[in-house]
Design a binder for this molecule. Structure first.
Ligand code: CAA
Ligand code: FAD
Length: 387
């Protein structure tokens, strides 16, 4: 039996070059400003749409490019290398729409995926609430059946790209008192009567991506907008995260790669004690550790992406949940360490906003928190090991 060659397919390598060129030309120059102003970078969104990179995962039958999970990871990685906030455009479009791909009726898929593929609408994912973050099944948002409609009331907290997205996958309780089995998923539109948004959260990082509450007051929507059957919403929400925690790993890898690349360039230029600081072994060992941690996390993420792709195409992977959590946890922990070391390698300059590494360090922190904190990822991994 021959051992298959262990390398990225050529088309994925070419995709990386294409995205890197676009990111260097149009996204990197906007990253500091998006961070400083906290404004959503609409010009970056338009550039991603023009290059068909804003929602690459949408299958061809719904008007998308049908990129596989590894290609999607590479797109997010390369955008995040330039600007973490902007990388949430392809990442959250995937997060919002995977529930549809996994569980929605053909009618819902046709109606909502095509506008996303065309770049006319973005799609967010609304699971968390103020009192239900890690314990997501503890949500209180209600959806009450009323004829052939549902009426939604409640508030979803921390919703990425809220206000700029047209569509929202909203998880809500349809049968109280039975926990996870009483939760259903729905598509809610920004323009539905009764939908409003909280003020933008003032955050440590990813400031160019708005995080807001989605407030639902007597929002009456057709029952046909339910994703899957009543009571399956929590399973769909968690099954989605099995695919999308991998995209957060990709975001973390990109941020870390950006910081490492910047630090490598800097240490070759910066002179102290009459020579480039790159000549000091103490500096070299830090760089070696940074690159080693990054590459280890990247390999785990790509392995997880391969499993995600198979699972999406009818070949269930019993270890996808483990790999997805492991990739997200390993890549985000690595990103936090690598970006912190990059600031260290730039010394006092690294601590200022005249250089990009402090922004990268602030941006990296969120990857240890969202799509489940890294404590929750460890809990998920341990449950898989012990079950
Ligand atoms: N796929 C499908 N179904 C799953 C599943 C999976 N991966 N994991 C669990 N389930 C099923 C279980 O089998 C169970 O169903 P049955 O009772 O029929 O067997 C049901 O879901 C409930 O599972 P648990 O009993 O394990 O649920 P729990 O209440 O103990 O919590 C948890 C599980 C892992 C803690 C989960 O709540 C969790 O992941 N919390 C973290 C929340 C999170 O990740 N939020 C992300 C928000 S999105 C975000 O942050 C956006 C962004 O980054 C941009
Ligand atoms: P808590 O659950 O209150 O956790 C607090 C601390 O307790 C953490 O350290 C946690 O790890 C720890 N902890 C909790 N339970 C356990 C346990 N059992 N064992 C060990 N430690 C535990 N959500 C969405 O639905 N959609 C989005 O688009 C979205 N985007 C986000 C964007 C940003 C910028 C932020 C900050 C959050 C976003 N979230 C989103 C929410 C995010 O997923 C939650 O913040 C996260 O899951 C943690 O929930 P929490 O903030 O309520 O923290």
């Amino acid at each position: 039996m021959s051992f298959p060659l262990y390398s990225l397919p050529e088309e994925h390598q070419m995709l990386r070059e294409t995205v890197r060129d676009l990111a260097d030309a149009k996204i990197a120059p906007r990253a500091a400003e998006a961070d400083e102003t906290g404004e959503f970078p609409w010009d970056v969104y338009k550039a991603l749409v023009a290059a068909d990179l804003h929602a690459v995962h949408v299958p061809e039958e719904y008007g998308g490019t049908g990129a596989d999970a590894l290609a999607t990871v590479i797109v997010i990685e390369e955008v995040a290398r330039a600007c973490a906030s902007s990388s949430l455009i392809p990442a959250v479009n995937k997060l919002g729409t995977v529930p549809l791909l996994l569980s929605a009726s053909e009618e819902v898929k046709q109606r909502y995926l095509a506008p996303v593929a065309r770049g006319e609408a973005m799609f967010s994912y609304a699971l968390s609430e103020a009192e239900a973050g890690s314990d997501a099944a503890g949500m209180k948002t209600r959806a009450v059946a009323d004829g052939d409609h549902y009426v939604l009331n409640g508030a979803k907290m921390w919703i990425t790209n809220a206000g700029v997205s047209e569509y929202y996958t909203v998880m809500a309780v349809t049968e109280p008192g039975i926990g996870a089995k009483g939760i259903s998923a729905f598509v809610v539109e920004k323009d539905d009567e009764g939908v409003s948004f909280g003020a933008k959260e003032r955050k440590l990082g990813i400031k160019g991506s708005p995080t807001r509450q989605v407030i639902l007051e007597d929002v009456r929507i057709p029952a046909s907008r339910m994703i899957g059957d009543p009571g399956t919403g929590f399973k769909t929400a968690l099954a989605t995260l099995d695919h999308t925690r991998i995209t957060i790993a990709a975001q973390a890898l990109g941020i870390a790669q950006g910081a490492l690349d910047y630090a490598v360039g800097y240490v070759k230029e910066r002179k102290q004690f009459g020579k480039a600081i790159a000549e000091f072994q103490g500096v070299q060992f830090m760089l070696a550790d940074m690159a080693m941690k990054l590459e280890a996390a990247r390999q785990l993420t790509y392995a997880a992406a391969a499993k995600s792709e198979l699972a999406m195409h009818g070949e269930p992977q019993k270890d996808l949940t483990f790999f997805s959590s492991a990739a997200k946890c390993a890549a985000s922990d690595a990103a936090m360490e690598i970006t912190t070391d990059a600031v260290q390698l730039l010394g006092g300059y690294g601590y200022t906003s005249d250089y990009p590494v402090e922004r990268m360090m602030r941006d990296a922190k969120i990857t240890q928190i969202y799509e489940g904190t890294n404590q929750i990822q460890r809990m998920v991994m341990a449950r898989q090991l012990l079950k």
